[in-house]
Design a protein around this ligand. Sequence first.
Ligand code: HEC
Ligand code: HEC
Length: 353
Amino acid sequence: MTSEQILTIILIIVVPSAVLWIAFMVRNRPAPRRRTKALPHALRPPPGDDVLEGRRLDRIRIGGILALFGIAVFVVAYWLPEAQRQQAFAKQQMQQSIERGAIIFKPPPVLPPNAGPAQFKKLEDEISLGMGCANCHGANAVGGQATYTDPATGKTVVWNAPPLDNVFTRWDDDIVRFTIEQGRPGTPMPTWGADYGGPMTDQMIDDVMNWLHSLPQNNRPPAGIPDRCRNPKGGDMLSCGKAIFAARCAVCHGPEGQGKDMSGKNFNQRWFQGMALWHGKVRHLTPAQQYDTILNGRRYAFMPDFGAAPSQGIPVPPYPLTNRQIKAVETYERHGLPGAAPAGKGSSGGGTR
Ligand code: HEC
Ligand code: HEC
């Protein structure tokens, strides 16, 4: 407790109660004892109604009614701004959560070996909360690199870690939480959730997600799709498919559908998560399978859903595609990606259904 708080308590509680107590004692100080032969109080006959039902009783009654009114007005006056009060608290708690999230994202500072308690106290939050997401995902979550050295072979692998300041344009809360809690096996993304053996409580995961939500990128929609491509047909299929692919798919599959198994070197060390889709590789799928993959995604294989009306149980994506847009991008993947067969050749295109 700070000395200011102690002073406030003294002013609000101790001083007024002392004053009241003294006033009470002064008013009720016992009358000087006199020796009388009269009957003791308890044995005297009680006063009659004319004494009891006098002005004093009226005063008490009026006082009671006034107190009742006072309480009635107070309850309503207290209740009316209750909703605002709760909103203000929710806002304040969200703000605190975002602040904690920012701390969680950063690596914890290193305390100098001979640091004193005051120094520790100052860095306590950073030290106990810092999880170091920024080590891989970059400061401010703009994306970065994870290096992993295999303890057995000594070989070092560099892995591109995705930017997270735009993660909610790819994924809903559900998947982001799933990824943070359980990590992503086969990649350097570790498990963080306490339920899965990681160091982060549910509250910490909420905090870091709230912080990610608060980043300016996440409030900005991804690249636009030209208006003429709302319901593309015929000749527009390939060009619209290309525009849609660039706006929605390239972030994971690469601008040319090269996917994550392509060496990062050619592409400026960018992170790609999706499968390679080029050289007609997508044609091992039937058009129906390809369409369903784009419509419904493969949630826990980390391909998002794009259908505006996805199957039951799958949340609508933040930036859904119309049915014709899905057909267009399907056509582009089969026939337009570099290395894919031109339209009309090979297996039937996506636009035929
Ligand atoms: C050791 C490096 C490393 C650290 C530390 C790390 N990540 Fe990751 N994270 C990765 C990599 C690599 C991926 C991409 C995996 C892939 O290729 O699918 C990833 C993926 C993710 C994704 C999914 C992104 C997407 O678009 O699919 C989220 C969300 C995420 N990390 C959150 C976090 C949070 C929150 C923390 C800190 C608590 C964290 N990461 C710490 C390496 C790391
Ligand atoms: C957030 C990253 C991400 C985005 C954005 C994304 N994909 Fe994918 N996609 C994936 C991943 C990961 C897979 C592999 C899923 C698996 O392993 O089953 C995949 C698989 C696919 C497949 C199946 C490939 C195969 O060989 O089985 C198709 C088709 C596909 N994506 C099309 C698209 C289209 C079209 C878009 C844009 C409208 C898109 N993807 C956007 C991550 C993404």
